[in-house]
Design a protein around this ligand. Structure first.
Ligand code: ADP
Ligand code: GLC
Length: 494
């Protein structure tokens, strides 16, 4: 291959090894698509305590048995193992450093429900170890593709610590922002012994924001190129201070290097025609299997199965971003409109409590599963009739695209990637692939459901609507091609 690029893809989550949300899905699917295009793509992530070495066949790498990493006057003896992303030849390096990563959670301590107090130190060490790893491999990446705050210090380190290092002379960086709400912002005290220069605490330093040390800001200012996960979100984070979460002006400074590229769907995993996690496969030519999955889901939820009652699914992190205050307040009325609702999620205590209380009150119409369950997530996609995503903001959102393929009609708020992928159904023309609303209030949500229920009752129109969704193509190939164009642009800059 003529222009085969060496790309190092860094992420704190890669499915199926470790995943709390969409970042995990993206970080396995995009590398696989880049590999299929013929590029030399390798992935690196931390080896968390939750990753089974046996299940995923992690192997030692001779050159990576000892990776000494200096940080804050100490030397940490790390090492790395490797495995392939399942059903692919994409190599993943796992940074193994038990004192920091051999824990039961990725970012949050399940015992306290709070962030680990040493998260700054953990991910700074990870970033430093990345450089040592590729050096030991004698593999000089042309592009380091970073994702979110956990790897956002890479561009900063390259610029300020490795500027004169011959090995990285030709290395460029691209930082993908998956969510501005998570910036890796730390109190000064928690970073003061990490060996970072003292001037990072100065106002207007690349790493300082609102009195804290901000990893994402350092990444935004120093990466050679930036992307975010949908075109709409790229605009929102620059123009709406709520979406920019305090860094809108920093983003504006980089406007000409910031691209909105919509995530894709890994149809080898999220397609009811090949999905091994569901009992009844189906596709657009014959959707009878969907009804069988609805029966299974209905049973699991303790609902009375009735074809005329739509099941509305939700699979999500239970956090404010996802619009759950609205769901909690509108749920009783949704139920009285004649819906059955199933929620799978984990997150903030207030939503756990709110949903549990409602589920006790409406056991026949509301089922709540407070856990992380990949199999149930697939069954909800396959067995529900509608899928609700009323997010306050949504950088991209994957479940609305998964829902389309499963013939589960998305009901979404008009923001970010939801706005870029779902077109409101028009009863007159029959055009559209879901239902879209803008105002985040009970009345608007209930009116949207009323519209959806009317179409649902007319099974002919409903079938046409869901089949149109099933035919849509959001595969990673075209997204990966866009990334390759950006990587090549970076190459030319150097
Ligand atoms: P976000 O990344 O903000 O969480 P996305 O829509 O991009 O939102 O991706 C969410 C991903 O996480 C989807 O693959 C979804 O199925 C999955 N997911 C979220 N919560 C759960 C859960 N409790 N159990 C299983 N999968 C979940
Ligand atoms: C973030 C966003 C979500 C996006 C995902 C993958 O977690 O909240 O909208 O789909 O990253 O890019």
């Amino acid at each position: 291959m003529k222009n085969r690029l060496r790309i190092l893809f860094l992420s704190s989550e890669v499915a199926p090894f470790a995943k709390t949300g969409g970042l995990g899905d993206v970080s396995s699917a995009l590398p696989k698509a880049l590999y299929e295009m013929g590029h030399d793509i390798r992935v690196m992530m931390p080896k968390y305590g939750t990753i089974s070495e046996r299940k995923y066949v992690l192997r030692e790498v001779i050159r990576l048995k000892k990776i000494p990493v200096k940080m804050g006057g100490a030397e940490h003896a790390t090492c790395a193992k490797s495995a392939f992303i399942p059903d692919s030849k994409v190599q993943v390096y796992f940074l193994d450093y038990k004192p920091f990563f051999e824990r039961p959670g990725l970012y949050i301590d399940p015992k306290t429900g709070q962030d680990f107090p040493d998260n700054a130190e953990r991910f700074l060490l990870f970033c430093r170890a990345v450089f040592e790893t590729v050096r030991l491999l004698h593999w000089e990446p042309q592009v380091i593709h970073c994702n979110d705050w956990q790897t956002a210090l890479i561009p900063w380190l390259l610029k300020y610590e490795l500027k004169t290092d011959g090995f990285f002379q030709k290395t460029t960086t691209l930082l993908s922002i998956h969510n501005m709400a998570y910036q890796g912002a730390f109190e000064q005290a928690s970073v003061s012994n990490l060996g970072l220069p003292v001037d990072i605490f100065n106002k207007n330093n690349d790493m300082e924001a609102y009195g804290k040390t901000n990893f994402l800001k350092a990444g935004i200012l120093n990466a050679d190129m930036l992307t975010t996960v949908s075109p709409r979100y790229a605009q929102e984070i620059q123009n709406d201070p709520k979406m920019g979460a305090g860094l809108e002006n920093v983003l504006k400074k980089r406007s000409k290097d910031l691209y909105g590229i919509l995530n894709g769907v890994d149809y080898s995993i999220w397609d009811p025609g090949v999905d091994d996690l569901i009992e009844n496969k189906y596709d657009v030519s014959d959707v009878t299997g969907k009804k069988e999955n609805k029966k299974t889901l209905s049973e699991k939820c303790g609902f009375t199965f009735d074809e005329s009652i739509p099941i509305v699914g939700i699979v999500s992190r239970l956090v404010e971003q996802k619009g759950f205050d609205l769901v909690i307040s509108a749920l009783p009325q949704m139920i009285s409109m004649g819906m059955q609702i199933v929620i799978l999620g984990m997150g903030d205590e207030k939503y756990h409590e709110g949903f549990t209380k409602l589920a006790k009150k409406y056991p026949k119409n509301l089922a709540v599963f407070l856990k992380f369950d990949e199999t149930l997530a697939h069954l909800i996609e396959a067995g529900s009739d509608m899928f609700l995503m009323p997010s306050l903001f949504e950088p991209c959102g994957l479940n609305q695209m998964y829902s389309l393929r499963y013939g589960t009609v998305p009901i979404v708020r008009n923001v970010g990637g939801l706005a870029d992928t779902i077109i409101d159904y028009d009863t007159d023309t029959g055009k559209g692939n879901g239902f879209v609303f803008t105002d985040s209030d009970d009345r608007t949500l209930l009116e949207t459901f009323k519209r959806a229920m009317e179409v649902y009752r007319d099974q002919g129109s409903w079938l046409k609507l869901l089949k149109r969704g099933m035919k849509a193509d959001f595969s990673w190939k075209s997204t990966a091609e866009k990334f390759v164009k950006l990587y090549s642009k970076l190459e030319k800059k150097k």
